[in-house]
Ligand binder design. Structure first.
Ligand code: GLN
Length: 194
């Protein structure tokens, strides 16, 4: 199995490190040809406008859309924004997931926070581990609504959605790559091998 990490901007190295610890081969993707022979793709956190603009410049939008038809893709934070259909403003998007996202929903960088959340799909997937997931939010987006066949995977205690899945597409507002808990990465790998 080989997983690509979109490496235009943002914390792609942290995703690679987590996957490599799991014994998974990774490849940094900056050009369409680098999607060749990958089994899945991760789009890291960073700045979604920058990632989108660079993806346009490197002619990656259409190849990634094509890739999604047969492969799993996971976006964390800015990556989740980039996967979405609607962010209520103009910026380059992949438009693959039927989710509406509000960028910077919690305010500025200083309003970043960490919280334990319950993610039932992780418990089903790894019943031995009953721990909640420690979620790191950095100028994070909220998933305002899940539409079509997208479904919520996790929310904050007040009910606001922070993770969603639509078939083989996964979006998290937070950064599992910044914590030692590798359950989300393993969950994503289970979608890849489906
Ligand atoms: N605030 C960034 C954006 O809107 C996302 C931040 C992140 O990826 N940690 O693109």
């Amino acid at each position: 199995m080989k997983i690509g990490i979109l490496a235009l901007q943002g914390d792609f190295a942290e995703h690679s490190a987590t996957l490599e610890k799991l014994g998974i081969e990774t490849r940094q993707v900056r050009l369409p040809a680098q999607l060749e022979s990958l089994d899945g793709l991760i789009i890291p956190g960073g700045e979604s406008t920058t990632i989108g603009k660079l993806a346009e410049d490197f002619h990656l939008i259409e190849p990634i859309q094509e890739f999604s038809k047969t492969h799993a893709i996971w976006g964390t934070c800015a990556g989740a924004i980039f996967l979405s259909k609607d962010v209520r403003r103009k910026q380059p998007l992949l438009g693959l997931m039927d989710i509406t996202v509000e960028r910077n929903a919690f305010g500025r960088q200083v309003e970043s926070f960490e919280i334990e959340i319950e993610v039932s799909v992780l418990h089903e997937f790894d019943p031995q581990n009953e721990q909640p997931f420690h979620a790191v939010f950095i100028r994070a987006p909220l998933i305002e609504s899940v539409d079509g066949t997208a479904r919520s995977l996790a929310s904050l205690p007040d009910g606001r959605i922070v993770a969603a899945q639509q078939g083989n597409l996964l979006a998290t507002s937070f950064h599992p790559e910044l914590t030692p808990d590798d359950r989300f990465h393993r969950y994503f790998l289970s979608l890849v091998s489906n």
